[in-house]
Write a protein that binds this ligand. Structure first.
Ligand SMILES: CC(C)(COP(=O)(O)OP(=O)(O)OC[C@H]1O[C@@H](n2cnc3c(N)ncnc32)[C@H](O)[C@@H]1O)[C@@H](O)C(=O)NCCC(=O)NCCS
Ligand SMILES: Nc1ncnc2c1ncn2[C@@H]1O[C@H](COP(=O)(O)OP(=O)(O)OP(=O)(O)O)[C@@H](O)[C@H]1O
Length: 199
């Protein structure tokens, strides 16, 4: 299967861009969603998270206490790395299973916030960066999630910089409210169809 990774720093619009690819019929694996699923379904992982972040990591109904975990990991790099080391192998396995189920498609997308940080870009044939200035991203996330600018900046500071990611990406979609997104997606879609046809 021809696999395309897609990423972007917080609020860049990667999920929004993925929705356009979905309209074109391309299946998208949303790593965040799968991470949240395995964090409640995988018993071994649940035990590991409780051991690392305390029983408060889960509510009484066993749902994930995202605020508790976020407060710890987005204020401490070591704790974030601990969480990543627990969660990412399970998400990688979920992706491998999901890919096998995708039939009759020229390619698939893997959307993940930390494609380059986690090394999962190496398992994709090409990688897209959705890029937007920090000011745009902060405004978008404040509006979407009702959080403060500082909270968004905190999370952004735990991710590789856009400058670094620009040097690692094969393709870039600029989502800075000045350029149209759909024509950029269509151009890449055409490129991927032609690469897939040559494979
Ligand atoms: C810490 C958690 C519980 C906070 O949940 P919350 O609903 O507040 O945030 P959500 O998951 O929607 O993430 C929002 C944004 O935060 C940033 N973010 C999330 N996880 C990470 C991470 N491991 N490293 C850096 N940034 C991250 C991304 O920009 C992401 O898009 C959650 O982010 C989580 O479980 N993270 C670990 C799993 C993971 O790495 N997911 C990312 C891709 S697999
Ligand atoms: N081109 C755009 N025009 C209008 N609104 C946009 C555009 N791109 C993104 N947004 C809005 O900005 C917010 C952030 O976009 P989105 O959720 O796609 O980003 P993300 O990169 O997936 O974010 P996160 O890293 O937080 O998961 C959303 O509310 C979305 O609707």
């Amino acid at each position: 299967m021809f696999k395309i990774g897609i990423t972007g720093n917080i609020g860049s619009g990667k999920t929004t861009v993925c929705k356009v690819f979905e309209v074109l019929g391309i299946p998208v694996f949303y790593s965040d969603l799968h991470a949240k699923l395995v964090m409640v379904e995988d018993k071994e992982l649940v035990a590991g998270i409780k051991q690392a972040f305390g029983n408060e990591a889960y509510a009484a109904d066993q749902s994930l206490n995202r605020k508790h975990i976020a407060d710890i990991v987005f204020n401490n790099q070591q704790q974030l790395e601990k969480l990543n080391a627990l969660v990412h192998p399970a998400v990688f396995r979920a992706f491998d299973k999901w890919v096998i189920q995708q039939k009759n498609t020229p390619y698939v997308l893997k959307e993940t916030a930390i494609l380059f940080e986690s090394g999962s870009y190496k398992m994709c044939d090409r990688n897209i960066l959705v890029s937007a200035p920090l000011e745009n991203r902060v405004q978008r996330v404040m509006q979407r999630d009702g959080v403060t600018a500082q909270e968004v900046i905190n999370r952004d500071s735990r991710q590789l910089s856009e400058e670094k990611k620009l040097t690692m990406a094969d393709d870039v979609i600029i989502n800075d409210d000045t350029q149209l997104v759909i024509p950029q997606v269509l151009r890449l879609h055409k490129l991927y169809l032609s690469i897939a046809a040559d494979k």
